[in-house]
Design a binder for this molecule. Structure first.
Ligand code: PGA
Length: 308
C-alpha cells in the first residue's frame, strides 16, 4: 500500500521524525492519520481520543489457560467472561486446554474467540496424542498458540518444527499467536535481540504471509514468575522486533502485525505496559484464569487513548 511508504511514525509517538512530504504524500499521510485515529466510544469527554500505537493493528489480548481448570472452574470462568464489560476496540481470545475447547466454544459469548494452545505440524492421522489443525477448526476455533516457551523449553520443540506448524496452521486458515522470547541467562549475556530475531526469523522463513499472525514477545524469565518486564524493557524489544520486520519482511507487515507482550501481566501492571506505543496487547497466563482481572487487562486498551 502506498500509504505505508509515507508512514509518519512521529504522529503516534514513535522515535523517528517525519520526512518532508510532497502533495501526493501528504494525501496518503492524511489517510494514514485517519486510520490511526480511533474515536473512543466510552469516553464522555468532548475531546477526540487518539490511540497511541506505533502499529496499525487492533489491540489484541489473549488468555492462555495452559493446563489448568476443571469442568466446574471453567464453567465459572466462562460465565464471568460472558458477563464482563469489554471495550469494543480489542480482539479478545482465550485458549482453554484441548479437552475443554468444545465446552468453552459452545458456552462462551461470540465476542471472544477461542484458540488452541498447540497443534500438530501437518494433516492429522496416526499421531498418538496429537490434535490436528483440522480438528481445532472443526470445533470453531480461530487461533492457535505456537512456539510458547513451555513447549520450546520443557517439551523441546525447535525453531524449524514451530515454523512448520505455523505454516500448516496458516495454510488451513487458523490465526497463529507466534511466541518468542529469551531465557534469563540469554538476557544477562546480552543476547536478547539475537535470540528473539532468530526465533522470529524461523517464523518468517516458514510462513508465506503475515496476515494472520500475532507476535507474542514473552521473556521466559517473566512467565509465571511474577517478575514482569518493565514497560521500558518490553517496549525496547517490541521496537526492535518491529524494526526487524520492517527490514526483513516489509514496512507494511511491520505496521500491521500486532506485537503483544506476555509474562506476569496482571490487572495492576497492564495499564503502564499498554501505554507503550509498540505494545499492541497482551498474552496473559495466570491472570487470565480470573474473569474480572482478565477483563481489566482487556480494557487497558483505554490507556492507549490520549486526549488530542
Ligand atoms: P503468565 O504466563 O501471565 O502466567 O506469566 C504468560 C504466558 O505464558 O503466556
Amino acid at each position: 500500500m502506498a500509504m505505508v511508504s509515507t508512514y509518519c511514525p512521529q504522529f503516534s509517538g514513535l522515535r523517528r521524525s517525519c520526512p518532508k512530504l510532497d502533495n501526493s504524500q501528504s494525501q496518503c499521510f492524511v489517510q494514514h492519520i485517519n486510520s490511526q485515529l480511533r474515536l473512543s466510544s466510552s469516553s464522555r469527554k468532548p475531546c477526540r481520543a487518539v490511540v497511541a500505537m506505533a502499529g496499525s493493528g487492533k489491540f489484541f489480548v489473549g488468555g492462555n489457560w495452559k493446563c489448568n481448570g476443571t469442568k466446574d472452574s471453567i464453567t465459572k470462568l466462562v460465565s464471568d467472561l460472558n458477563s464482563a464489560k469489554l471495550e469494543s476496540d480489542v480482539d479478545v481470545v482465550v485458549a482453554p486446554p484441548f479437552v475443554y475447547l468444545d465446552l468453552v466454544k459452545a458456552s462462551l459469548t461470540d465476542r471472544i474467540e477461542v484458540s488452541a494452545q498447540n497443534s500438530w505440524v501437518g494433516k492429522g492421522g496416526a499421531f498418538t496424542g496429537e490434535i490436528s489443525v483440522e480438528q481445532i477448526k472443526d470445533l470453531g476455533c480461530k487461533w492457535v498458540i505456537l512456539g510458547h516457551s513451555e513447549r520450546r523449553h520443557i517439551i523441546g520443540e525447535d525453531d524449524q518444527f514451530i515454523g512448520k506448524k505455523a505454516a500448516y496452521a496458516l495454510s488451513e486458515g487458523l490465526g497463529v499467536i507466534a511466541c518468542i522470547g529469551e531465557l534469563l541467562e540469554e538476557r544477562e549475556a546480552g543476547k536478547t535481540f539475537d535470540v528473539c530475531f532468530q526465533q522470529l526469523k524461523a517464523f518468517a522463513d516458514a510462513v508465506p504471509s503475515w496476515d494472520n499472525i500475532v507476535i507474542a514477545y514473552e521473556p521466559v524469565w517473566a512467565i509465571g514468575t511474577g517478575k514482569v518486564a518493565t514497560p521500558e524493557q518490553a517496549q525496547e524489544v517490541h521496537v526492535a522486533l518491529r524494526d526487524w520486520l520492517k527490514k526483513n519482511v516489509s514496512e507494511e507487515v511491520a505496521s500491521k502485525t500486532r506485537i503483544i507482550y506476555g509474562g506476569s501481566v496482571n490487572g495492576g501492571n497492564c495499564v503502564e505496559l499498554a501505554k507503550k506505543e509498540d505494545i499492541d496487547g497482551f498474552l496473559v497466563g495466570g491472570a487470565s484464569l480470573k474473569g474480572p482481572e482478565f477483563a481489566t487487562i482487556v480494557n487497558s486498551v483505554t490507556a492507549k487513548k490520549v486526549a488530542a
